[in-house]
Design a protein around this ligand. Structure first.
Ligand SMILES: O=C(O)CCC(=O)C(=O)O
Length: 227
């Protein structure tokens, strides 16, 4: 069952920010790390189904595509970064690939406010072992790859509106927000239509994924269309 304290009336699911030691809770969103499952809602749906985005994803996933996950990441001042991981660790799917992440910068993403960092070429790696984030008071669900050399990693500095498209095996992380402002992002994940999702067998009732057609018959599917 979804935690009723974390579920909202529109089906969104809220992950609280745990690094409260470093945060001033001046605003309600300061206590929120991520809001999941928003791709059925207004502007988030419009973006997820827009031709500009879906056609870009189609260069990597063909022919038919579903959008299955969305997250608005607040990352307010003092919030934790997310340790090195591969998104496919969270996706027990059949087939396991292709899965593509689309990361939209809502604010500037800088070294100081905790931009993404990626390890170029690591999308060719299998999914590595992930251990629980070892920091005391780490955010729920954060995990870490500790068996790989990340010294060739590169930061991804972004301006608002910039989009990063990446394979679900790419190793990436973000660092803590050491700035005094918010570093917000909107993240969507897409997979081939017909993908079988086994998440419920591993985490019964988690209910984060919501599979929605994004491209059918050679064109983007509008929000709300039946599968
Ligand atoms: O935006 C961030 O700080 C981390 C996001 C991320 O790594 C993810 O969603 O997989």
């Amino acid at each position: 069952m979804r935690d009723p304290d974390q579920a909202t009336s529109v089906g969104a699911w809220i992950l609280p920010e745990s690094n409260k030691a470093k945060m001033e809770l001046a605003n309600p969103e300061d206590g929120v790390s991520k809001v999941f499952r928003v791709h059925g809602d207004s502007v988030f749906a419009e973006f997820a189904h827009s031709a500009a985005v879906v056609d870009l994803v189609w260069s990597l996933i063909t022919p038919d595509i579903d959008v299955f996950l969305s997250q608005f990441i607040f990352k307010t001042a003092g919030a934790w970064g997310q340790p090195w991981h591969q998104d496919s660790f969270y996706f027990p799917f059949e087939p396991a690939r292709p899965v593509v992440g689309v990361w939209l910068a809502v604010t500037e993403a800088t070294l100081e406010n905790g931009c993404l960092q990626v390890l170029p070429g690591s999308h060719t790696e299998p999914v590595h072992t992930h251990v629980a984030d070892r920091r005391p008071g780490a955010n729920h669900g954060y995990v870490e790859i500790v068996d790989h050399d990340m010294s060739a990693s590169e930061p991804v500095l972004m301006q608002p509106g910039d989009l990063l498209v990446f394979d679900s095996h790419l190793m990436h992380r973000s660092t803590d927000n050491e700035s005094s402002g918010i570093r917000a992002a909107m993240v969507y994940h897409y997979a081939a239509a017909g993908t079988v999702d086994h998440t419920d067998e591993y985490v019964p009732g988690l209910d984060l994924n919501d599979w929605v057609p994004a491209r059918r018959g050679g064109r983007p599917t509008p929000p709300g269309a039946a599968a």
